[in-house]
Design a protein around this ligand. Sequence first.
Ligand SMILES: [Zn+2]
Length: 85
Amino acid sequence: MQQKNMHLKDHQAANLISCPSCGNDEDFFEVAENVIITTHYLQNPDGSFTPEEDSSQILGPVRLICGECEEDLTAFHQRFTEMLF
Ligand SMILES: [Zn+2]
């Protein structure tokens, strides 16, 4: 029991992002719109293709979505990107 309280305290100290609608603080989706994905292929002598490298370019807005109730959490996205490791 004491250990669980410690765990909750750690959560508060970390200032977790949580969904204001459902309280979810574990599952999140980042959704990028208008993404151009470019893949460089080399054709082999037998006619098959091998991907060499790919790159993606995001042209549209990036949204943060709650993984539980799909609430739009884009207001937290700045903090989200700062906490990516
Ligand atoms: Zn939610």
